[in-house]
Design a protein around this ligand. Structure first.
Ligand code: ADP
Ligand code: MG
Length: 154
């Protein structure tokens, strides 16, 4: 597992941008961490790496925001509100198997709907420094091991 410490939001964005440049259609990223840990900030960097010019806004109230105007489409999901109901009727597989990249905040609430392979990125805050974050990359499956290598091996 690969781990980074960042000390300001711009650093988190820079790391995400490197990953964003390597993303391919059908990739699924799970962003795991508390409120305010930096999941949406990270997604802004992914969008930069995908050459998306639109402003990335949290999909907390819309569940999914779609950004079709980059190198490949970005589907940004925040499924926090599905904690009670689950996601079985939403047709999420169409996003996961589709022509773009799916990025999911609070994926534990749709655990039954997820594909077998994905990249989990864990975000942890630090008690001593409110700008410090630890990012841990945990690939599940060969595609995501290769993706992490291609993004950060230099
Ligand atoms: P989440 O989507 O996980 O709830 P957000 O990305 O919306 O989190 O919010 C993270 C907040 O923390 C933002 O206000 C961001 O500016 C701030 N922040 C401070 N330091 C960092 C850092 N090192 N990395 C990411 N965000 C940071
Ligand atoms: Mg968020």
């Amino acid at each position: 597992m690969l781990e980074f410490q960042t000390t300001q939001p711009e650093e988190t964005i820079t790391i995400a941008k490197k990953l964003g440049r390597q993303l391919q259609a059908g990739d699924v990223l799970l962003l795991d961490g508390d409120l305010g840990a930096g999941k949406t900030t990270f997604t802004k960097g992914l969008a930069e790496g995908l050459d998306i010019k639109r402003y990335i806004k949290s999909p907390t109230f819309t569940l999914i925001r779609e950004y079709p105007d980059g190198r490949i489409p970005l589907y940004h999901m925040d499924v926090y509100r599905l904690e009670e109901t689950g996601a079985s009727d939403l047709g999420l597989e169409e996003y996961f198997d589709g022509d773009g990249v799916s990025v999911i905040e609070w994926s534990q609430f749709i655990a039954d709907e997820l594909p077998s392979d994905y990249l989990t990125i864990h975000f942890n805050k630090n008690d001593d420094d409110d700008q410090m974050r630890t990012l841990v990359f945990e690939p599940h499956g060969a595609r995501y091991t290769a993706l992490v290598e291609a993004s950060f091996d230099n």
